[in-house]
Design a binder for this molecule. Structure first.
Ligand code: CP3
Length: 345
């Protein structure tokens, strides 16, 4: 059962809890020594499919930092792996695909895999979420489930691995729009199926990560990407939805997906009061501590966090987070200190 009254969930409904809820993207991961110890000898995607390990890694940062939410330890490419697509996560690099999807034939081949295949193989995901929420829900702490948005998944799948400007995925939109829409439509089904498994098993909110959307021209975002991301979030009815991207300032209003997102994530480039004017009174904002500030002396970081919380008062409600994920080299005691500060304001 989803937790309806937790501060994070009520902020997404538009209420203002007494103190702003806070969690960190990538809070589960390499900044924690207990994570690095547990992961020794286990590949990233094997860890994601081991329910006990995934649950334990999800819980580590909640215990340590006292954040207002857990974020499910998994990866945006896990549903593709469940679908039988050959993918690995190369340490220090990111997702790498054995067979990049570049031509119309490649698209036809990969999209012939039914999304139902994932639902049938998602028991390790459901079990990991169940183990996690069994521990979190009695403490009133919600679990945020997540999936990759179609464009960010395509940025890896079409290229075959990480890339700077995601040229091949952006090129496909214009070179073969039919193939692009077919691929993005299929990726939307894949991510929706991954979210459904997490919600069934107890996630109280979901976040759609379109991390690389900022590489798109606003007109391309609207024509080729937004309809597919909206399709993912429109399958979610039971829990509130957050939509996140980096560098999306030029089309932040589009990130609301016409109201299909209850909350929109903002990176560190745009102050939250300006973001609030853009998204208007019907959208909660999430963000936007600059990850670079985590290296600054505490008085500098403290001032920055206070400014973020202050600017967030312009939004209908505010969930404090970073503008992107926790960098691996972060001193975790700094994250705990930020949580204490935000809870004291
Ligand atoms: O704590 C959390 O936020 C939950 C877990 C989570 C991971 N990946 C764990 C992970 C989440 C939400 C993701 C999503 C994800 N995966 C995104 C969107 C979020 C973002 O940061 O923009 C993207 C783009 C990916 C693809 C991916 N997976 C990348 C770029 C990497 C990093 C590669 C590296 O080694 O630097 C991964 C691997 C990954 N996903 C790790 C973790 C903890 C590191 C694995 C390790 O320990 O080696």
């Amino acid at each position: 059962m989803a937790l309806l009254d937790a501060p994070l969930v009520s902020a997404l409904r538009g209420d203002r809890p007494a103190t702003a809820p806070i969690w960190f993207m990538r809070q589960a991961g390499r900044s924690l020594p207990e994570y690095r110890d547990l992961r020794v000898g286990t590949k990233m995607l094997d860890a994601c499919l081991d329910p006990e390990m995934a649950a334990e890694i999800t819980l580590q940062p909640v215990r340590r930092h006292g954040v207002d939410a857990g974020v499910f330890f998994s990866d945006i490419v896990v549903p593709l792996k469940l679908a039988g697509v050959e993918v690995e996560i190369a340490p220090g690099r990111g997702p790498v695909f054995a067979d990049p999807v570049r031509t119309a034939d490649d698209v036809a081949r990969v999209t012939s895999i039914p999304a139902a295949e994932i639902a049938a193989k998602a028991d390790p995901i459901r079990e990991a979420v169940r183990l996690t929420t069994q521990e979190l829900n009695p403490q009133g702490i919600p679990l945020v489930g997540f999936a990759g948005a179609p464009f960010t998944l395509a940025a890896y799948l079409v290229e075959g691995g990480p890339s700077k400007e995601h040229m091949r995925a952006r090129a496909m939109m214009h070179a073969d729009p039919d193939a692009w829409h077919r691929l993005a439509g299929w990726l939307a089904e894949i991510s929706a199926t991954f979210l459904a498994a997490q919600i069934e098993a107890g996630a109280s909110a979901v976040q759609l990560f379109d991390s690389w959307a900022g590489s798109l021209a606003p007109s391309d975002y609207r024509a080729f990407v937004a309809p597919h991301s909206k399709a993912v979030l429109d399958t979610v009815h039971a829990v509130p939805r957050i939509h996140f991207g980096v560098g999306t300032g030029p089309f932040l209003d589009d990130m609301r997906l016409d109201g299909s997102a209850d909350g929109v994530g903002v990176d560190w480039r745009m102050p939250l009061d300006e973001a609030a004017r853009i998204v208007g009174p019907d959208t909660t904002l999430q963000g936007n501590i600059d990850p670079a500030m985590l290296q600054a002396p505490w008085p500098v970081l403290e001032q920055h966090v206070r400014e973020v919380v202050e600017a967030g008062r312009a939004a209908r409600a505010h969930i404090v987070n970073l503008g992107h994920g926790v960098p691996p080299e972060t001193d975790p005691t700094v994250l705990t200190r930020i949580v204490e500060l935000v809870h004291s304001l």
